[in-house]
Each structure stands twice: as C-alpha cells, then as structure tokens.
Design a protein around this ligand. Sequence first.
Ligand SMILES: *Cc1c(COP(=O)(O)O)cnc(C)c1O
Length: 356
Amino acid sequence: MSEGSPNIRLGSPDVGERELVEVAEVLESGMLTMGPKVAEFEAEIARLCEVEHALAVTSGTAALHLAVLALDLEPGDEVLVPAYTFPATANVVALSGLKPVLVDVDPETMNIDPSKIEVGPRTKLLLGVHLFGRPLPLHELPDVPLLEDAAGALGAKYRGRACGGLGVAGCLSFHPRKVVTTGEGGAVTTNDGEIAAAVHTMRNHGWRSLSPPDMPAPGLNYRLSDILCAVGIPQARRLDELMAQRARVAEGYSERLRDLPVLLPRADDGDVHGWQAYVLQVDDRDRVLAELRAQGIEAQIGTYALHELGAYADQGPFPGAARVFERALALPLHSRLTDANLDRVAAALDKLVSSH
Ligand SMILES: *Cc1c(COP(=O)(O)O)cnc(C)c1O
C-alpha cells in the first residue's frame, strides 16, 4: 500500500508567508542581531507563559544552561533530573559544576515519578520536564524549587496555568520539532527580576553595561538574532491555532488507536497537553518502528534513558526509564496531516501490532 504514496513526515514546521514578511522587515532594516523583533518576540512569549519576563536565547539548551547558572547554586549541589528526557536537561547541570541526580519516571506518564523522589541535604533544585508537552503533576512534587524544562510545553496548561510559568523559571525551545520554531532558538521565562537580569547579562558575554564597560562576572554569547525572532513572532501570535491543529491530530490518533494493545498518551484530567509529540508505547517497538519507516511513515523513538548513556552510566538502575526507552514510539505530528494520513498510520499500526 505504501508504493506510490508519498512519505508521511514526522514533523513539518507551520511557517510561510507571514514569517517571510517579518524576516524581510529585519533584512531591510539592516539591524540583524538584537533589534526590535527580539523584544516583540519576548513580549509574546511572556504573555503566553503568563510571566513578567521572557529572554530569547539561541536554543533550549542555552536557556537551560543560563537558567541553571542564574540560580547561583554551589559547586556539588544536587539537582533532581528525570532519568528519561532529552540529555540536555542533565548535561547543563553537569557542565555547571552541579550534580544531576537522576530520578526514575512513571512508565505510564513518562514524566518523573513523584514517589521515587528523594530529597537530601544537598538537593537544591528539581529540574522538571513536561515531557512531550504533558504537564507534570505539580501537586505531587516535593517542596523543592522547580526549574521547568518546558522545551516542549509551550501552550500546555497545568490546571489552567501555563507551563513555563509554574516554577522559579521555565526554559523553552524553538527547535523545528517544537510547536513554535525559529529554526534554532529558546527562551527563559520567569517572574523573578533577579533571574531575568542575570540571564539578560549572561546571554551577552556578561556585560551589564558597555560604556563604561561593566562586566561583574563572565558570561556567554547566547543572543538570538532579530532574524530568528521575526520567524517566531507570527507563530507565537497564532499559538491557539497551531495547538488546535496538533490537538486535532492527537485526538485523531487516539480515536483510531484506542482498541489496539498500545499505551496512548494523554494529559491528567483538567490539564491541557501541549502535544509537542504524540508518543505511544508498544511492545516490540523496534520492529514496529522499522516497519512503519519501510512503509514511508516517518515514526521515531521517544527520547533517551540517560543512565544507558556513557555520561550517566554511574547511576541507576531505572526500570521505568529503561522500559519507556524500549517501548516509546513517536508518530508523525504536524498541522498538515490529513484524515487520510491518520487513517494510513492507524491502519499500518493496527496490522503491525495485531499480527504479532
Ligand atoms: C528540545 C528539548 C531540549 C533541547 O532544546 P534545543 O533547542 O534543541 O537545545 C531540551 N529538553 C527537552 C525536554 C526538549 O524537548
């Protein structure tokens, strides 16, 4: 059935005419780095995350790095990180001279398992991930400052409150596989003026002022250019529309797949899933993934079990993370998918999991 049908892409950024117009304005202005589009994009992101400050940076990883540095922890302080996440979440902690302490995830939600969290005397922070856009169960988390890895959770809501505005700070990514993309990009969101000021200074080499030159501490260059912020502005303005399109696809899959022997993703009752990815769990995932790809359906694994990577192999075991790493399957998710596309994916999956 696949012969002749075009591939169904995993992702496809929803960008076009409006983004071109914004970018053209920047190119015509000649001001390509931190110009007016940065502030405009930041205002949109702050509004969406219901916070006072949003600071645009070069990636989600840069956002995480600066947010962790801005919290001024002591070398060797411990930061709780889920064992199943994109590695950047733990990498920024380790590279900041802190200790990432991995915590197993709930094999059903794929998010950190609150019952597995142990708070010790050196635990200073919980770096909580709303994985694939599913909000964390905040009410079950211990009383430890929360830094949100909301890289995939722009637009997601925990009990009516925007992800990215739930902790001391939030970190967003605008990589092309996220809901809003600037090609590469990220942002730190916060209501804390001191954190905002620290990120603002550190993303620009550490300059507090240029004349007279005032650099109280070393910084980095993580500035996001005006060109890329221009790409993000129209998408941020139509986030509701982008989210509705993704929810349509996610609900379309869940409707079609509900009777199959697979575990379908969802948010807790009362929460809004951000649908950065639609990740189900299935037995014999590698075979299913290979077969889908052979049929032109660009599926993908979920993300990584950190303790199975050399960098974090000294921790574990984490049976929840190991199980999800083996079973997670991301289906194509973007606004251009048609009902016929969803039918084709569902029919292929039906055959693969039922024939086994
Ligand atoms: C995408 C992502 C990141 C990294 O963002 P980049 O912009 O690619 O650096 C970090 N954490 C999570 C959970 C992500 O989904």
